[in-house]
Design a protein around this ligand. Structure first.
Ligand code: PHE
Length: 290
């Protein structure tokens, strides 16, 4: 009987101890919650339409051997203007109303990514095939169709035996692939100081009344020999062409966006309409050192 009583007592002590320990754990658990439960869902972002379209453009040009080059948004006069055949008092500077940061010597927010092409040609010799995406800045009123910040991809090809036919073929092919249809394309004479001849490219569509209409989508031309001379490329041996694509413009056309300001408003509800595309990450990415 005594032995049984001792056994009962020591069993009771063990049970009380264990109960206290387990209750302690339980109260800790309710304090922290169940640590094994799945977490709250994290909302995944989606790519910004400007990035989507930028990557789609890069993808098309990557396939035909163009690498991506980048340069600074704050530029000097040489790379943004002078080396592009826009000398100090050239009237065509007025076409790009510029934000200056410092004057004498002039430091400015780049007005186009053509400046990256100058940097690229200073560092690389032909054959050259590169596209330069990036933000550019011009002192323009903000409206549904214009903004003081916008995005460009400019392209450059320099090699021997390059003619206007190469420019036409490559750009027409790009537009067909990008818009996923057989487009009518019109090459219209224009003027840029850094190309000769200079061309503006329009795509054709049927108006509501069935009438043939044209919409300008990009500027391009054969690289001016002066530009090649400035970057010490022999223009007797090499020719090239360049083009400038407005990413915002193409994104508006592709997705039917009619107000440019939406790109800058960061409204998540609007942005989430544009899906995340894991295949849109560019592969051939090369940054410039300067
Ligand atoms: N740099 C020009 C612009 O921003 C576009 C362009 C690029 C035109 C290359 C011709 C050749 O207006």
């Amino acid at each position: 009987g005594q032995a049984l009583n001792n056994l009962k007592k020591s069993a009771e002590i063990k049970v009380t101890d264990l109960t206290a320990t387990l209750e302690g754990v339980a109260s800790e658990k309710s304090f922290y919650g169940d640590l094994t439960r799945p977490s709250e869902p994290i909302e995944l972002g989606s790519r910004h339409p400007i990035s989507l379209v930028k990557n789609q453009i890069i993808e098309v040009f990557n396939r035909i051997g163009f690498t991506v080059s980048e340069g600074p948004e704050i530029e000097d006069d040489w790379h943004n203007f002078t080396a592009l055949n826009l000398s100090e008092h050239h009237p065509a500077r007025d076409m790009q109303d510029t934000f200056f940061i410092e004057q004498n010597p002039d430091i400015l927010l780049r007005t186009h990514t053509s400046s990256v092409q100058v940097r690229y040609m200073e560092e690389n010799k032909p054959p050259i095939r590169t596209i330069s995406p990036g933000r550019v800045f011009r002192n323009e009123d903000i409206s549904a169709r214009s903004h003081c910040i916008f995005h460009q991809i400019e392209g450059l090809l320099v090699d021997d035996n390059i003619s206007f036919a190469d420019l036409k073929g490559i750009l027409h092919n790009f537009l067909n692939v990008f818009f996923e249809r057989d487009l009518q394309v019109r090459f219209r004479p224009s003027y840029f100081p850094f190309t000769e001849p200079s061309i503006e490219v329009d795509i054709g569509y049927q108006g509501e009344d069935g009438e043939q209409k044209w919409l300008e989508v990009l500027g391009c031309g054969m690289v001016h020999p002066n530009v090649l001379k400035y970057v010490k490329i022999d223009s007797k041996k090499f020719q090239g062409f360049a083009f400038g694509i407005g990413i915002d413009r193409l994104a508006m056309l592709k997705y039917g966006i009619n107000d440019l300001r939406a790109f800058f408003e960061t409204d998540y509800r609007w942005l989430s309409h544009f899906g995340f595309d894991p295949l849109d990450v560019p592969t051939n990415y090369i940054g410039l050192s300067k």
